[in-house]
Design a protein around this ligand. Sequence first.
Ligand code: SF4
Ligand code: SF4
Length: 62
Amino acid sequence: MSYKIDFDADKCIGCGQCVDICPVSVWEMQDGKSNPVNAEECLGCESCSGVCEQGAIAIVED
Ligand code: SF4
Ligand code: SF4
């Protein structure tokens, strides 16, 4: 099973919570916003989408 990260950068306020919570370091801060730079590592745990209060992240099965 693989997962696709649906990320809306316009909603991201750069709080960094997704960076801190992801167990496989998918997210990195770049220019004040998070970015899924290691998206291929995603386990589909939905921790990042759950912690993002801006609703900027959705995880979908690919
Ligand atoms: S948790 Fe949401 S708002 Fe915060 S850095 Fe991540 S994507 Fe952006
Ligand atoms: S769903 Fe889990 S593994 Fe995938 S990016 Fe979010 S926190 Fe990381």
